[in-house]
Design a protein around this ligand. Sequence first.
Ligand code: TYM
Length: 344
Amino acid sequence: MTDFPERVFSGVQPTGNLHLGNYLGAIKKFVALQENHNCIYCVVDMHAITTWLDPKELATNTREVTAAFIASGIDPEKHIVFNQSQVSEHAELAWIFNCVARMGWLSRMTQFKDKAGKTQEKASVGLFSYPSLMAADILAYRATHVPVGDDQKQHLELTRDIAQKFNNDFGPSIKEKGYGEAFFPLTEPLIEGPATRVMSLRDGSKKMSKSDPSDLSRIVLTDDPDTIAKKFRKAKTDPMPLPDNLEDLKTRPEAENLVNIYAALSETSKEAVLADYAGFEFSKFKPALVELAVEKLAPISSEMHRLQADPGHIDKILSNGADRARVIARETLDAVKDIVGFIR
Ligand code: TYM
């Protein structure tokens, strides 16, 4: 197997309501990975139009996600931050992957089934082939590691299947053209820690999501301290105090969710949170959680506001990032064209 240099890639859709799940499950991890890796972080605006999105909102949301990346601590100089549509190689590679992926693979995607609902006939073709574009995002950079929340696991398995099938189908051409044994890496998902699946604050059986009709179900990154306090105060819980062991916590989804959020925000484990708070009523635990959340999120929210006041600056960051991303993606695409047999 060919050795691939380590490279991190991940993406966030600019579909509005960027929330605590996005932050703890993804963005906070993006920040940490910068220490020891080359990282590419993308605002995936082409994915965002797989369901209808008003053009004005799309532009605003794209800047908002970029502001969240930077306010959280992503360094767009040392690493690469850009929006997907500025690097057309993603779409080009996605087409080739559409010809590698099988209908059966895509039909099994739970996100498609959830989003299309009962009206699959009316879903866009883009929503169906969404995972091919996601594979192209990652593999245009031959990324080896992808930090995501738990809900993206199936899409990453599909990315590996596409890479594997491409490597197999085009194996002889890859070797003949001197690209080694395998052209694409089998990308590793990075899904770790207590917040890989942050749940709704109103219903511990549903994940926190941008599209939940209830604002009280999620903390959004632009919430002010009073709103954060109100949402946690109103968060659904049960009448019992916090347990002293994980077994008991497991049977109480709302309690487990709040403990997970506390653990992720304070960068400890749920065991450590229980060691400190076992026996506490929610009337005591919630204020501690609010204090911690405000301490961690308020600086991000105010920095986001500051950055968003200057859209021109954000746009410059994105176009500069796109210029650097394009160089890498172009090199991959040129090789892929050779391998596939396209004349250049
Ligand atoms: P998106 O925009 O829905 O979410 C962005 C990131 O946030 C994570 N996430 C969560 N983590 C924990 N708890 C939650 N409740 C929660 N909700 C969302 C997601 O897992 C994700 O990591 N398909 C992707 C975007 C994408 C992508 C890529 C990601 C496009 N191309 C290439 C990685 C690599 C998506 O819709 O994420």
